[in-house]
Design a protein around this ligand. Structure first.
Ligand SMILES: Cc1ncc(COP(=O)(O)O)c(C=O)c1O
Ligand SMILES: N[C@@H](CCOP(=O)(O)O)C(=O)O
Length: 578
């Protein structure tokens, strides 16, 4: 019998033997447990880093996570605090990647090459936004496409290339491993993936975006790349529709086998891993600054949609980075905020704060599919894919309290995640046990920021000059121009600061303001001396007028329609007719 602590939907403890391959593969002592991976839905164990990077999504539909989160080495602070971004990334990533898979010199070269494309010498600079309140902004948009995704996708592109060159050595024609990358984007992943993969041998990339629901610059960044291996698909629908199509393609064994699908979304573990570096880097930058008070805690505040960016912070925290809390900042698409307020993870707002107070009249347009069209379109997401990874850890810790062994706890966690995800699909949501919500609250808080509050925040930081906020190209005399996503993080930080004065707040700035002219203009058009041209990087000038290539995917085409397009285009590429 399950005891009273058994979570809703959790099966009675079964002592199923682990898959035989696990025992066999674990004999391989060149990998530590943190360098072996399992699926959040329980069916795959013992996979290598290369396998999870190339597969993207597990065959049971789950996401890959390390079998164990590595602890930080002794003296990590003194050893790592003065490292460059690339050297720090090398130390962190080495904990998760066995040298028998990627020799250290090769890993170092891949990392160095990935960050050599960034415009800022610090790669991800930390600036002081408001010294009095200990509020700092971590600028993550100095890569080729001006969004935080570049940090992971420059690396992932080079990693794919490295694995493929190795696999294809001495092979020709159809014997070569040809990777077909399929990704869904609400604007930023798409361009970052395209810039990371354009022109790479043995890779075709298909990016699905919701037609008309990405910003004009984002759309132009993607569709003006005319390399033969890049294919943009504009889907009539929402980002969630795009994400569902991608997941359905991964669930199809036939296309998986014939086309060897690869993922660039944050379902790919390498995306999360690469993003952990900047949490450590920001912590070191802050702790070396004169404003740092060693007895005060640190919080990271993260504008959140698909839950990938903040999940990287969660891994950093689990490894031992001293961050007191991670603050989830959502826009009006607030499934995550409602979860932290109520313990219900539901596509529609029926429980918790929103239902009690009535749905706030914030002004964002709601589509029939339930997604609201906000001023922060990259976060217009109904269901956050990576939340599944956190759910696994929550279920694992809950199971661990029953006092069984680790293998049992992992199996239970997989079964529980599977049950929750099934309920999400069939009933539109699920509720977690009160103790699970309690442990989610131990590491996280959440805030929901409306469009109105987003605009107010952009205005506030433009009108009040920041201490030294100059690194996105804005003159300090006119203050700082936040993009709408970063403004959501800053608005949430200000609320968190009110509750916890003195705590250092590092708010993540996820995109350059020039990518979101609409919101920035709305907020600042009446400000004296404001001109959008002052924030426009030279790379964006004339971009919208360039030649474009994009294929429309009409409503109703479904994932089978997309499969057909992908199959035909890859065939044309392989025949060399593209
Ligand atoms: C600019 C921007 N900010 C925030 C987010 C949300 O990040 P995540 O999906 O990792 O939660 C995204 C999309 O991923 C984004 O493009
Ligand atoms: N906001 C994202 C949505 C996809 O998220 P991902 O992190 O899972 O790739 C985007 O800009 O495309």
């Amino acid at each position: 019998m399950a005891d009273s602590r058994t979570p809703v939907g959790l099966a009675v403890p079964t002592r199923k033997p682990a898959p035989t391959t696990v025992a066999e593969e674990r004999k391989d002592t060149t990998h530590t447990p943190s360098q072996r991976y399992l699926s959040t839905r329980g069916d795959s164990y013992g996979l290598s880093f290369e396998e999870v990077v190339l597969k993207g999504l597990a065959s049971d539909g789950g996401l890959f996570i390390p079998e164990e989160v590595p602890s930080l080495p002794r003296d990590w602070e003194s050893k790592w605090q003065n490292l460059s971004f690339s050297d720090l990334a090398f130390e962190i990533l080495s904990l998760y990647i066995s040298p028998s898979e990627i020799p250290p010199a090769d890993l170092k070269e891949i990392i160095d090459r990935s960050y050599s494309t960034f415009r800022a010498p610090e790669t991800t600079p930390l600036i002081t936004l408001n010294e009095k309140d200990n509020l700092y902004l971590l600028e993550l948009f100095h890569g080729p496409t001006f969004a935080f995704k570049d940090v992971a996708l420059q690396f992932l592109g080079n990693l794919f290339e490295y694995f493929l060159v190795r696999r294809n050595k001495g092979k020709t024609g159809r014997d070569r491993h040809h990777l077909t990358v399929v990704g869904a984007t609400s604007g930023d992943t798409g361009s970052a993936a395209i810039y990371g993969l354009r022109g790479k041998k043995d890779i075709s990339v298909f990016i699905l975006h919701p037609q008309g629901r990405v910003s004009p610059i984002q759309e132009a960044q993607m569709t003006t790349v005319l390399d033969a291996n890049v294919h943009n698909l504009a889907v009539e629908g929402s980002f969630d529709d795009c994400q569902d199509i991608v997941k359905a393609l991964f669930a199809d064994p036939k296309i998986n086998e014939t086309l060897k699908l690869g993922a660039v979304n944050s379902i790919n573990w390498a995306r999360i891993l690469a993003q952990t570096t900047y949490y450590f880097h920001a912590y070191f930058t802050l702790s070396k600054s004169p404003a740092y008070k060693a007895d005060h805690k640190v919080r990271f505040v993260v504008p959140t949609g698909n839950f990938g960016d903040i999940l990287a912070g969660y891994f950093a925290k689990r490894m031992g980075l001293p961050s007191e809390k991670l603050v989830v900042a959502t826009n009006e698409n607030d499934i995550l905020d409602r979860f932290w307020k109520s313990g219900h993870y539901e596509k529609k707002a029926v429980h918790g704060k929103v239902a009690e107070g009535g749905i706030p009249a914030d002004g964002a347009k709601a589509h029939e599919d339930g997604v609201k069209e906000t001023l922060s379109p990259a976060m217009d997401i109904l269901v956050s894919s990576n939340f599944e990874r956190l759910l696994w850890f929550l279920a694992y810790e809950f199971a661990a309290e029953a006092g069984m062994d680790d293998e049992w706890n992992k199996k239970q966690a997989g079964q529980e995640v599977e049950a929750w995800l099934k309920q999400l699909k069939t009933k539109g949501g699920f509720e977690v046990h009160a103790d699970i919500l309690k442990s989610a609250k131990r590491d996280f808080e959440s805030e929901r920021i409306s469009d109105v509050q987003t605009l107010e925040t952009i205005k506030k930081f433009y009108s009040s000059p920041s201490k030294n906020g100059t690194s996105n190209g804005n003159a300090s005399k006119v203050g700082y121009i936040l993009d709408p996503h970063s403004a959501i993080g800053v608005a949430a930080s200000l609320r968190s600061i009110q509750r916890t004065p003195g705590v250092h707040h590092i708010s993540l700035a996820t995109a350059h303001p020039a990518k979101f002219a609409n919101a920035v203009d709305l907020a600042l058009k009446d400000e004296e001396g404001f001109s959008f041209n002052t924030v426009l990087p030279k790379e964006f000038i004339g971009l919208e007028q360039k030649e474009k290539r994009v294929t429309l995917v009409p409503k109703g085409a479904g994932w089978e329609g997309v499969r057909k397009i992908v199959e035909d285009e890859v065939e044309a590429e392989l025949k060399g007719s593209r």
